[in-house]
Design a protein around this ligand. Structure first.
Ligand SMILES: [Mg+2]
Length: 216
């Protein structure tokens, strides 16, 4: 199969573990609580602020840093990510076996923090299968779906964009990937779009998608 050596770029949240785990809900709740306290506003106003920044910048923290230069990033990170992930995520045995049997080089490419990504992989029991975690620190908070984020990762790995397969639950990230000539796999429910090569409902269906891409 000619694509066997393609590098796999895995998104983290809602790609490697399901939405139902509640991990991102917990983080969102922590962000709103922190912002309410930090700015002295109601939790509802803090929710609105979080939504606004997420929509505008792809990540709440990016908006906060850009619009409030003296924002206390360290306090924010301490508060937002301070919870026990192992209570929400259990070892993913089937995924572990699949990653073990998939020879392609694998990387994490997430808008989350690298230390947080590392904790998630640890809880799922799959850390050893990834060569490197590219998180928001590496991207200087200029996150997906910006092409610069993708090109920075591609440049660091030292291969051409067309040698990559991006696997993500957010269509807008796959749109950028496709513009750069990567192959794309959507995880979750979605409609077939020109920039989406394959759709899988669960990450453990990835071998079938890779097989189909190899035939293209
Ligand atoms: Mg995601």
């Amino acid at each position: 199969m000619k694509n066997d050596n393609n590098a796999l770029l895995f998104d983290l949240d809602h790609t490697l573990y399901p939405r139902e785990s509640g991990v991102l809900n917990k983080i969102d709740g922590n962000i709103s609580a922190f912002l309410a306290d930090y700015f002295g506003i109601s939790v509802q106003k803090a929710e609105e602020l979080r939504h606004k920044f997420y929509k505008q910048y792809g990540l709440s923290l990016t908006g906060l840093i850009k619009e409030y230069p003296s924002f206390d990033v360290k306090a924010y990170l301490r508060h937002v990510y301070d919870f026990d992930i192992t209570k929400m995520l259990k070892p993913a045995k089937k995924l572990r076996r699949i990653l073990m049997e998939t020879p392609n080089p694998k990387y994490i490419f997430t808008n989350g923090l690298e230390s947080y990504a590392s904790r998630i992989l640890g809880a799922l029991g799959i850390s050893e299968y990834f060569r490197k975690i590219y998180g928001i620190e590496f991207m200087d908070f200029n996150c997906k779906p910006s092409p610069e984020a993708f090109l920075k990762v591609v440049g660091d790995i030292g291969r051409e964009p067309r040698d990559f397969i991006m696997i993500d639950d957010l269509p807008q990230n796959l749109m950028t990937a496709k513009k750069l000539k990567m192959k794309t796999v959507l995880v979750g429910k979605g409609e077939k779009k020109p920039y989406i090569d394959e759709i899988i409902s669960d990450i453990t269906d990835i071998p079938a998608a890779l097989k189909k891409l190899a035939g293209k």
